[in-house]
Design a protein around this ligand. Structure first.
Ligand SMILES: NC(=O)c1ccc[n+]([C@@H]2O[C@H](COP(=O)([O-])OP(=O)(O)OC[C@H]3O[C@@H](n4cnc5c(N)ncnc54)[C@H](OP(=O)(O)O)[C@@H]3O)[C@@H](O)[C@H]2O)c1
Length: 331
């Protein structure tokens, strides 16, 4: 009997790579996002892998649309075995430049999108006492960086929501599994279409990985049900620092995660933005962004070349943390 996976954010980026990998592993896939061009192209890739695909345009910030997508997925394909909450959006801007409506929208898509997806999946999985939910997280669910307050807040909230929902399943002795996979920086279209007030084109903070390299951890989590996975050695280090020395991590983020989020390229005036609507319903952005040449992960030469500067930034952050402590004692 075939297995059924639902992937939100399946039209592009990590979600697209995840949907295709599920198909390659023998799953029929329900593809949820807003842009029909990307969804139809994803469906072709799923079918190319020999599996059935169903395209379900929906805005994950709207509970009714997510619930309808879940119902349509089961009607077309059958009972859902796996639900992946991947869809997101973000705004790159210092807090002072952030439009409150943009902040609200980024949180609604990135956080509530995961909540609505989890609720729609649990509504179907709990009565059957089987199924697997995988929520996509980030190092930024542990360490918040400047210029992305809405996204960081949403990812922290996603982690809190996930732990609570998982504890409830354990409490009731359910066999439904929930996992959260915390990704490193990934080369996806996110940076080409996210809202920004900054004068330069945004980029993922290196080291950068390819969507296919991280998708396999999401598929693996759906199978093994492990509570949390942190993908990438650098990511593991950052998450550990956020837990063990949050003050130091904050000082490091202030120094090391401003310029590294920006390329040298001036922001194009006619750049599309996906915050409220998909950039172009007929567009297919694919899984990859524009950083293929830097997406070699931890061993990428451009990342290795940046390590001496990273060490200096870390030393400055450590000095500032110590001074902060001394200053507090003096007061
Ligand atoms: N890229 C990174 O560096 C990175 C790092 C850590 C974690 N992550 C996590 O990885 C996941 C995927 O990110 P990504 O970089 O692949 O993003 P992306 O390239 O921007 O793709 C986002 C996907 O979400 C969909 N989406 C956006 N708004 C939506 C809405 N309102 N309703 C339904 N679908 C919507 C987009 O399709 P439509 O526009 O067609 O709807 C697209 O399919 C996210 O959970 C993100 O937090 C990414």
């Amino acid at each position: 009997m075939s297995k059924i996976a639902v992937v939100t954010g399946a039209s592009a980026g990590v979600g697209r790579a995840t949907a295709v990998l599920f198909a390659q592993k023998g799953f029929d896939v329900a593809l949820v996002a807003r842009g029909e061009g990307g969804l139809q192209a994803a469906a072709k890739e799923v079918e190319h892998a020999g599996r059935r695909a169903v395209v379900l345009p929906a805005d994950v910030a709207d509970y009714e649309q997510v619930e309808s997508a879940a119902a349509a997925a089961e009607e077309s394909l059958g009972p859902i075995d796996v639900w992946v909450n991947d869809a997101m959006t973000t705004v790159f801007a210092p807090l002072g430049d952030l439009d409150p409506d943009d902040f609200k929208r980024a949180v609604e898509v990135t956080f509530l999108g995961q909540v609505w997806g989890t609720m729609a999946a649990l509504k179907r999985m709990r009565p059957r006492d089987r199924g697997s939910i995988v929520n996509v997280g980030s190092a930024l669910a542990f360490i918040a960086i400047p210029l992305q307050a809405a996204y960081c807040a949403a990812k922290f909230a996603c982690r809190g929501f996930f732990e609570s929902a998982r504890a409830e399943l354990i409490h009731e002795g359910s066999h439904v599994r929930m996992s959260m996979v915390h990704l490193p920086a990934v080369n996806t279209p996110q940076f080409d279409w996210c809202e920004t007030s900054l004068p330069r084109h945004p980029q993922p903070v290196p080291p950068i990985y390819q969507p296919e390299d991280v998708a396999k951890f999401i598929v693996e989590a759906a199978h093994d049900g492990r509570r949390a996975k942190i993908v990438g050695s650098w990511n593991k280090l950052l998450v550990a620092a956020g837990k063990v020395a949050p003050g130091l991590a904050n000082q490091y983020a202030a120094r090391g995660a401003w310029e590294t989020q920006l390329t040298e390229e001036p922001l194009s005036k006619d750049r599309p933005v996906n915050l409220f609507d998909p950039v172009d319903v007929f567009n297919d952005a694919g899984a990859h962004g524009q950083f293929d040449d830097k997406a070699g992960g931890f061993l990428d030469p451009s990342f290795l070349r940046s390590l001496p500067q990273t060490a200096k930034t870390f030393a400055a952050a450590a000095r500032a943390t110590t001074l902060e402590k001394l200053e507090r004692r003096r007061r």
